[in-house]
Design a protein around this ligand. Sequence first.
Ligand SMILES: Cc1ncc(COP(=O)(O)O)c(C=O)c1O
Length: 462
Amino acid sequence: MKHNAEEFRKVGREVVEWMADYFTDPGRFRITPDMKPGDLIDKLPASGPDWGEPMEVAVKDFHDLVLPAVVHWNHPRFLNYFGCTASTPAVLAEMLVSVINTNGFNWTASPAVAELEQVALAWLRQWMGLPDEFFGIIYDTASTSTLHALAAAREVTDPDSRIKGTRTGLRIYCSDQAHSSVDKAVITLGMGLDNLVKIESDEAFAMRADGLEQAIEADLAAGLTPCAIVATLGTTSTTSVDPVADIVGIAKKYKLWLHVDSAYAGVCAMLPEYAAMFAGVEQADSLVMNPHKWMFVPVDTSVLYTRHPEVLRRAFAYNPAYLSSSQDPRAVNLMDYGFQLGRRFRAVKLWFVMRYFGLEGLRKVLRGHMELARDFAAKVGADPRFELTAPAPFSTVCFRLRGSDDANRALFDRVNASGEAFISQTVLRGRFSLRVAVGNYATEQEDIDVVWKLIQSFAARA
Ligand SMILES: Cc1ncc(COP(=O)(O)O)c(C=O)c1O
């Protein structure tokens, strides 16, 4: 069968035109859809067509029916979660990669996937100031990266687990602010949530190193088996920073695997002014950073670095005859370093973004976002009706109205229902808190001013 390349060319041109318009003004749509759950399902047929339709018909339905149900993460006033903006070079990469649709599970299946991933991750490693011995691999999300890091830690502490199943009492330590992906990894690996020890955080929401050491000692005294520590650089709620330099010492003392979750803030390792904050990460056993959070690479792109690739291989290399690949030492078979087989060619979008922005270009955008966040925090601090609820070391500001949780919840609902801005919420020390995370490529001072005025005006009506 021949593809209908002419139809593709015609519709493709229109699609690219639309994409360019979208990039020209990512703020032209309402950020959040005005819809009820089920609205889109109800608008679409319950079964697929018996006979194919012209491509334009599906594209038209995408515009008319799907787009109105979209949250526009690229919108400059999308300040919820952590921003996650597509960028022009990354989208071109996605298009190219979709066309070739190469599946790079091992070197023989697609040498380009195996080799470009190593090149892009070596560049990224250098930009982040990480040691050369760190081996990098791209997974879909930080949740998957952390799962693999903890699987490697388990492999070291309990090598029989692969054959006999995870033994009981393998202990994992993280702070009470760590991301739920740690909990999910522990569940998935069969370690049991009872064995995930949440160490109390201090007033700045950072893990207390003394509390960590006490917990390890208590576990040893109780006959349990400490296995790994997860330290977070840039926690999800407040972007707090665990004291990695101190935690490294504890990990070494007790011979535990140290995994650093810098899914959001890892990109700031590129900034010399953040060197002190990142001190110690070079001694970690593994580290995750997500280019799909604050590096303008679209979902899904998460990078795991580890100084022990041989441990990952031990945990996951499992090669049936039908998957045999080159055994040349330079031929990396990425399927050996994780549980997935099929592998998208994600390195192209990362590589395009690195080439398009360059290190200095990225630094400039990141510093611009920090500056906007500082400005927002200053605005909050200058209005006596509000208070800041956490330090803001990066580009995320937590704050609240001085008053009840209900008043804050109502403010949050009104701001987001307006469709003019999309901010986030969290609970800090038992109190509802609002949260603004600057990280979208298109966000500018004017957007911050608009959002702050909106918040102030709704607060006046609270
Ligand atoms: C610190 C941190 N770690 C891990 C994750 C999970 O990221 P992913 O969605 O890539 O699994 C997040 C998500 O926001 C996060 O903030």
